[in-house]
Design a protein around this ligand. Structure first.
Ligand code: C6P
Length: 397
């Protein structure tokens, strides 16, 4: 199967060179079928869902709910009531932190997060009024599980950790993290933004209470994400936002709420993007999630080996179990300079703190240059990236 040819944007030329797109942890590109689904929606289906008594509304509603079933199947959720559509991981975590927080977090209560979290799995818990207790990590980027066990107190209300670090690439041992939390009778949220597009996720086998992710990091559109929550817990939580769709009856004296998952889906959703997510899931399943992992793992190993040939390069994140993220610096140069020069040679990477300032503080650096892989990347992409780096590194040392 030719995977790359399904992504029209990868034919783009930048500064007269073939684009080498290695910024996949920021967002993946979209296959033609996802683009077609978006166009088809606005050409033939556009209508508001769950409300209209007309043909278009019925069709759009049906496809919207079919996507919920596709997500349920993808992550092996027990029920489709456990799949809540949001705008992305950020909104999914804010939903849980706000709603869970209102129900369970009092001033002085604690939330355990890891030192590897993205800001969107730190700030929402601070907004919820929690005191954060932080799982430390080693120089290689591996979480300290013994230290984790010692962080639980009688005030711990929830644990929130990511599946894969967007800055270092560490694949965290989430099954162990989940089991340890449950041994302490504490629920756990997994930020799956960098997990779901690369690794098989089975929420029942994992036993996690919440799993959050974004469509745009798994070949789907921007503007759609998922908050998976265990049904019993979701039943206990108050709604996040108020408005249309999330209610059963509204009166000025008292309002009752809709059943799951609609209780958490106030207002008109991004219907086209949700439908696009279904096409993205179909793409992933056609390639096979294990095959996606295998290809990216091979590329990561190849790129890691090759980048060591470049003088002055220091890698950040050398955990034994890593996803396709390669963070590095060149000598004492600023990551932004490296990124800008790579861009001029047609290579797209991300530079900066990657919304993980505590990680950068841990290493005492302002940021890194980050190359990140997706299933359509090839060894030729890695070769072009390394050749570009070989060219610019001597200018920066
Ligand atoms: N990381 C990156 O370049 P949103 O923006 O809501 O789709 O995802 C937020 C988010 C949450 N958790 C993790 C682990 C993430 O990596 C991200 C997004 C992008 O690394 C943009 S900062």
């Amino acid at each position: 199967m030719n995977i790359k040819s399904q992504f029209p944007i990868l034919e783009t030329e930048v500064y007269g060179r073939r684009l080498v797109y290695l910024d996949n942890a920021a967002t993946t590109q979209k296959p033609q079928r996802v683009i077609d689904t978006l166009a088809n929606y606005y050409l033939h289906l556009n209508s508001n869902i769950h409300r209209g008594a007309h043909y278009l509304a019925a069709q759009a509603t049906d496809q919207f709910e079919q996507t919920r079933l596709a997500v349920q199947q993808l992550i092996n959720a027990r029920s489709n009531k456990e799949v809540v559509f949001t705008r992305g991981t950020t909104e999914s975590i804010n939903l849980v932190a706000s709603s869970f927080g209102r129900r369970f977090i009092k001033p002085g209560d604690e939330v355990i997060v890891s030192g590897l979290e993205h800001h969107s799995d730190i700030v929402p818990w601070q907004l919820a009024g929690a005191t954060l207790r932080v799982i430390p990590f080693s120089d290689e980027g591996v979480l300290d599980l013994e230290a984790y066990k010692s962080l639980f107190t009688e005030r711990t209300r929830i644990v929130a950790v990511n599946h894969v670090s967007n800055a270092l690439g560490t694949i965290n041992p989430i099954k162990s993290l989940i089991d340890i939390a449950h041994n302490h009778n504490v629920p756990i949220l997994i930020d799956g933004a960098q997990g779901i597009g690369h690794i098989k996720v089975d929420v029942q086998a994992l036993g996690c209470d919440f799993y959050c992710f974004s469509g745009h990091k798994m070949y789907g559109p921007m503007g759609v994400g998922v908050m998976y929550g265990r049904e019993e817990l979701l039943e206990e939580l108050p709604p996040y936002q108020g408005g249309g769709e999330m209610i059963k009856d509204v009166a000025f004296e008292r309002t009752t709420y809709n059943e799951l998952p609609f209780k958490f889906e106030a207002g008109t959703p991004s219907v086209a993007d949700v439908l696009g997510l279904k096409s993205a899931i179909e793409f992933m399943q056609e390639v096979g999630i294990d095959e996606i992992y295998r290809r990216e793992d091979e590329l990561l190993k190849y790129a890691t080996e090759r980048i060591r040939e470049v003088e002055g390069v220091r890698i950040y994140g050398e955990a034994p179990h890593k996803a396709g993220v390669l963070s590095f610096l060149v000598g004492e140069s600023h990551p932004y300079d490296v990124g800008t020069l790579l861009d001029k040679l047609g290579v797209a990477v991300r530079t900066g703190h990657h919304c993980t300032q505590p990680i950068m503080d841990r290493y005492g650096i302002p940021g890194t240059v980050r190359a990140s892989f997706a299933v359509y990347n090839t060894r030729e992409d890695v070769d072009a990236f390394i050749a570009a780096l070989q060219r610019i590194a001597p200018m920066l040392l």
